[in-house]
Ligand binder design. Structure first.
Ligand code: ADP
Length: 495
């Protein structure tokens, strides 16, 4: 390659939109970020105004274009909050309803009705997911049922459905391209991960007209170019993946068995299972990790609802720390806490328990337990929950030899050492812990030919620090038994 080439990556998240410009060696040239509000129209409902999302993306994109002040953009990549659902008019581009966000539970009863009819087994077999409001299909059905004339307009082919990647692509290309990638499609409950096609039986089950659906492309593919009038430049869009899949790519997790764990607000673990769509026996999800050159690589995924947000809870509700990084010095001074367990089940327990009615607790307090023990036990809880997930993955045949970690919480060295000790696996932190946006840039680089192969990407990935397990087995087992006992006490029903 002669002249330098640049890659732009958009990361459209649940609470903020950000854009990063990278050079061809994956070094950051410029970035911009903007937070935006969510809307909560009723208990359990979570929405975004699509115009607020679009404007925030436009603004951070224009800001980073100006800050980077370079010309040779080889490609643009998009990564996004997954499952969040939008429907818009193909002519005007206007959305018929606010975005229904992944966290929204308004379709819980609808899901239960379908489960009562015995639909879940076939849905899980085809999609790798659970019949849960979290995913897009029942959100689409809700909009079609509740917005005046929406179903009729959908049946006439006037409307388009998309997850956030697809909506941004539509807008960025001036309404020319209606497409998504296989990783985002695999989160809708409408996409058969084995045939890699929208599934007629699922469309019928959820009563979704096929005319609404976007074309499904590879993650590195030709998605069109940005319209001159939108960004003042025509940049080829050549990479798309959902946020957790993008993080796996940003961690260069291309080998079967490669595992990444992202510690932001919540925690998401994905293990690359290669060409096998591994069906979990422990309530983990099977998902498309990525699809490149028409070849699908699968992943197994588990999530912890509360990770970094437990640290925010210490800061904002308990007010026992001033800022999140304080937790490291406190834990270093306190040392591993043996008997106090914080179970941060504020919104129920995710995988492998799936107990929505469980609630949090602090257990094992004695007269000498204080603020420091509670802070340290909270960090430990995030590691115990990761062990729960990794144990489930191991039982499903996917035991990692290394876990690559990213997200805001991994700045905490004490946490990562305890994590390595508890999970009993090497933990590796990259130089760039913003794996999600980096993954979108990697895909754009693959799609535009800046990177010749996934090997070239793996060569660019750089390790910052490795944490090796050091804890004696006896201590690990005793601590983990204490955690399991604490979890058993907060569950809504005895399993
Ligand atoms: P998101 O992308 O979900 O907004 P980030 O990846 O930016 O999250 O991570 C932010 C989270 O990390 C916050 O919840 C914060 O409490 C936590 N966090 C940040 N720094 C530390 C630290 N040094 N120790 C522990 N937690 C931290």
């Amino acid at each position: 390659m002669s002249a330098s080439q640049y890659l732009m990556a958009i990361d459209q998240g649940t609470s903020s939109s950000r854009v990063v410009v990278f050079d061809q060696n994956a070094a950051v040239v410029a970035s911009a970020q903007q937070e935006f509000p969510q809307e909560f129209p009723q208990p359990g409902w979570v929405e975004h105004d699509p115009e607020v999302i679009w404007n925030s993306v436009l603004e951070v994109t224009r800001k980073s274009l100006a800050a980077a002040d370079v010309k040779n953009y080889a490609g643009l990549g998009i990564t996004n909050q997954r499952e969040t659902t939008l429907i818009w008019d193909r002519k005007s581009g206007e959305c018929v309803h606010h975005a229904i966000v992944w966290q929204d539970r308004r379709t819980a009863d609808y899901c239960q009705k379908l489960k009562d009819k015995g639909a879940e087994e076939s849905v899980t077999q085809k999609t790798g997911l659970r019949l849960d409001p979290y995913f897009s299909a029942t959100k689409i059905a809700w909009i079609l049922e509740n917005v005046a004339n929406a179903r009729q307009r959908a049946e006439n082919g006037q409307l388009a459905f998309g997850t956030i990647d697809c909506f941004l692509l539509w807008r960025l290309t001036g309404g020319r391209v209606h497409a998504t990638d296989a990783s985002n499609a695999s989160r809708t409950l409408l996409f058969n991960i084995h045939t890699q096609e929208w599934d007629r039986e699922l469309l019928e089950l959820f009563d979704v007209p096929e005319s609404l659906l976007p074309e499904v492309k590879d993650c590195a593919d030709d998605f069109g170019v940005t319209d001159q009038s939108v960004l003042g430049a025509q940049i080829p869009i050549c990479g798309i993946a959902g946020d957790q899949q993008a993080a796996l790519i940003g961690q260069a997790g291309f080998q079967t068995g490669a595992t990444k764990s992202t510690y932001g607000t919540g925690c998401f673990v994905i293990a690359n299972t290669g060409q096998d769509a591994v069906r979990s026996k422990h309530n983990l999800l099977t998902t498309v990790a990525y699809r490149l050159d028409g070849k699908t690589t699968f992943g197994i995924e588990g999530s912890i609802f509360v990770a970094g947000s437990a640290i925010q809870w210490l800061r904002d509700q308990l007010r026992i720390i001033e800022s999140a990084p304080d937790t490291q010095a406190i834990a270093e001074a306190t040392g591993i806490v043996e008997h106090v367990h914080v179970v941060p089940a504020f919104a129920g327990l995710g995988a492998p328990y799936w107990d929505p009615k469980a609630r949090g607790a602090i257990l094992g307090l004695s007269r000498d337990s204080g603020i420091n023990e509670i802070v340290t036990a909270t960090l430990q809880a995030v590691a115990y929950q990761t062990k729960d997930l990794v144990n489930a993955m191991s039982d499903d045949g996917m035991h990692p030899s290394v876990i690559r970690v990213d997200g805001g919480m991994v700045a905490n060295d004490w946490f990562l050492q305890f994590l390595a000790d508890m999970v009993n696996v090497t933990v590796e932190r990259p130089v760039n812990v913003e794996s999600t946006v980096l993954g979108a840039a990697f895909l754009a680089g693959l799609g535009s030919g800046v990177f010749a192969s996934t090997d070239a990407i793996a060569d660019l990935w750089a390790s910052d620090r490795v944490f090796e397990p050091q804890m004696p087995d006896d201590q690990r087992n005793a601590l983990y038994r204490g955690w399991q006992d604490a979890v058993a006490r907060v569950r809504s029903s005895v399993p």
